[in-house]
Design a protein around this ligand. Structure first.
Ligand code: AMP
Ligand code: MG
Length: 463
């Protein structure tokens, strides 16, 4: 397979009720706001113009459980799959537009996106990629020349993102409504694209799929949590089979640490709080298992046993990933003696109301010789940390404790100046957060926690 754009969209190989063909949509005045040259280069794309406007493509059908309740058919109401590109290693990536106009699944929606939400997605997803978190990437943001009505009148925009796959748990919930043959087609498609090492046939093939997705999700959520990231809307329609982070809406990196922190204005029950994310990923995986149940065995008893077997390891996997990542952040050797220290430390961090990123940043500085940071830590905790941390791991702390993350107040500031036509603030923040581990004085401003009036407590779906 040659690097670069492919001639077809593979998703069209699925039965036609998995998607809807969408024709070109005209926008008044399409203008590029941001273009990710590095990503375009990786994917062998030289002309972003071809993905800039409401080009023809397919809107994917999917269902979803939103905040715990089944919503029925949702689908890409303002998004479409417009192409596919291969990277240098022969891996295929889908190109997906968001904000590209109404589709067969738009229901009451206008099919549009705002510049603000598109830039938020661009900044946060690119920061995540730089932090080593599996995620969709942002290729471009274009202004459409339209005004979009939300809480305010906003500038319309389209974000083009790339991802290994846009298949969601909700896509399987949809397939389940179509019957076993369609379900098998979707499962086989997913396996060929994402899990090609699966057994070639039999229930084992689909048990493998379920186990691998569970592993990917356990890994993903532990990555999020180790960075203080809160996705915000972990509905099954925003939960991928590839294990990539998708749909950056009311998401955020925490400033002050609290395990029950949420940001979404509509998540009143704290369903998707920082420390609930593993449980919620497991909940979504259970919906996934239910959807593919007929493929998991020949008898009902066998199906249930296989599903339980595949999902039974989730909790342990998650714990293991999370503790391993946290141990690296604290520079401790992980064992039975040291692992309670992680929990104790998170409790201390909650009580002390520390800034999550700055706490680990300072600990890294302290460990690597900056003794002036001593006063930043609670004395008895520091004594314990000093006694159990491993000096041979101090240097490595720099690779897991980022200096800069896209803080909410900075993102909001960038959105405001971008709305005024100033791109510089966007470009500067982007540069700073896509080199998250690099020491550089010129980015000192982006390290800072928000002061009182800058704190963003809620983000809205004002998308
Ligand atoms: P999201 O919250 O962005 O994950 O979207 C949830 C569902 O609502 C998906 O089916 C979206 O396609 C749909 N949706 C969100 N915003 C719009 C919009 N402006 N127009 C049409 N559909 C939308
Ligand atoms: Mg979504």
């Amino acid at each position: 397979m040659m690097k670069g754009l492919q001639r077809k969209i593979s998703y069209r190989d699925l039965p036609s009720n998995f998607y809807s063909e969408e024709g070109k949509v005209e926008f008044p005045n399409v203008e590029i706001f941001a273009f990710n040259e590095k990503l375009a280069d990786e994917l062998g794309i030289d002309d972003v113009g071809q993905f800039s406007g409401g080009v023809e493509g397919i809107a994917m059908a999917y269902c979803g459980h939103q905040f715990g309740h089944f919503s029925g058919l949702l689908g890409d109401g303002r998004a479409r799959l417009v192409g596919e590109a291969s990277d240098g290693e022969g891996r295929l990536f889908e190109l997906h537009l968001k904000g590209s106009g109404r589709t067969a699944y738009s229901r009451g929606g206008d099919g549009k996106a705002t510049l603000g939400s598109s830039l938020r997605e661009y900044l946060v997803s690119e920061a995540m990629a730089a932090l080593g978190v599996p995620t969709t990437r942002a290729l471009s943001v274009v202004l459409t020349g339209e005004k979009v009505r939300r809480q305010n009148i906003e500038l319309g925009a389209i974000v083009c993102r790339s991802g290994r796959s846009h298949i969601r748990v909700g896509t399987f919930e949809y397939a389940a409504t179509l019957g076993e043959e369609s379900m098998r087609a979707l499962a086989d498609f997913s396996i060929e694209r994402l899990y090609p090492n699966a057994p070639s046939h039999g229930a084992e093939r689909y048990v493998y799929l379920l186990s691998e997705v569970a592993k990917k999700q356990a890994h993903l959520v532990s990555k999020w949590m180790s960075l203080g990231f809160i996705h915000g809307v972990m509905n099954t329609d925003n939960s991928t089979i590839s294990g990539e982070t998708i749909d950056y809406g009311p998401c955020a990196f925490m400033d002050v640490f609290h395990p029950l922190k949420t940001f979404s204005s509509i998540d009143r029950n704290l369903r998707y709080a920082w420390n609930k994310q593993a449980e919620m990923a497991h909940w979504n995986l259970t919906r996934f298992a239910e959807s593919i149940l007929p493929l998991l065995g020949t008898t009902e008893a066998e199906q249930v046993k296989n599903a339980e077997g595949a999902l039974g390891s989730f909790e342990g996997l998650f714990r293991n990933y999370f503790n391993t990542m946290m141990a690296k952040k604290f520079a401790i050797e992980l064992n039975e003696e040291t692992s309670p220290f992680i929990i104790e430390s998170l409790e201390m961090m909650t009580e002390e109301k520390v800034d999550f990123t700055i706490f680990f940043r300072k600990l890294t500085q302290f460990a690597n010789g900056d003794k002036s940071q001593r006063s930043s830590f609670e004395a008895s905790w520091l004594k314990k940390w000093t006694s159990i941390s491993d000096a041979s791991l101090f240097e490595k702390m720099k690779k897991v404790n980022p200096i800069r993350i896209p803080r909410n107040h900075q993102v909001e500031r960038v959105i405001q100046s971008s709305n005024q036509g100033d791109k510089l603030a966007f470009e500067n923040l982007l540069e700073a957060i896509t080199s998250p581990y690099e020491e550089n004085e010129k980015w000192a401003e982006y390290e800072k926690a928000p002061d009182g009036k800058e704190v963003v407590r809620r983000t809205f779906c004002g998308t």
